[in-house]
Ligand binder design. Structure first.
Ligand code: FES
Length: 159
């Protein structure tokens, strides 16, 4: 995958984030979170700038950004469905929910629909285990997901 060269404007926005966070202990994660907050994802083009500022290798920045599921490599869709894939939700059928969402949305986990309408992501425990299987739809928690609830969610993100 080719990485777009960094624009001056992007570099300035990233420099401000680095400046704000670099004195923290373990600044890499807060900087990556700051970048995602600013741009909605972590562009590959920011990695060299962060690496240089923290005096670490690009591979290290890339490794951390890839390791954590929270960091997106591309902009999200207009709606974001985060389906819990942790144990309590798995034990009551989150795999079936994932399969239904994949079927109806036409995209798998970690993917965004070609029309930019929706991004489908896994998340690992939302603290809603008592209402499993659970998801966040545009930040709103939804518990006790079943086929009907999935159909409603899909209709909403497609409207
Ligand atoms: S395991 Fe899914 S909300 Fe806790």
């Amino acid at each position: 995958m080719s990485v777009q060269p960094q624009s001056t404007e992007e570099a300035a926005r990233v420099a401000a984030i680095i400046e704000e966070m670099k004195s923290l202990e373990g600044p890499l994660l807060p900087i990556l979170h700051g970048v995602q907050e600013e741009f909605g994802y972590v562009p590959g083009s920011v990695m060299p700038q962060i690496a240089e500022a923290l005096n670490i290798s690009r591979a290290e920045v890339h490794g951390v950004a890839s390791f954590y599921h929270d960091f997106r490599k591309a902009p999200a869709g207009r709606h974001v469905i985060k389906l819990c894939q942790a144990e309590a939700c798995q034990s009551v059928g989150s795999d079936d929910i994932a399969a239904r969402l994949t079927h109806l949305l036409g995209i798998g986990l970690h993917e965004t629909a070609a029309d930019g309408s929706v991004t489908f992501e896994p998340v690992y425990c939302l603290g809603l285990c008592a209402c499993a299987p659970a998801a966040l739809v545009d930040g709103e928690p939804i518990g006790r997901l079943d086929a009907d609830a999935v159909d409603e969610i899909v209709a909403e993100v497609r409207s």
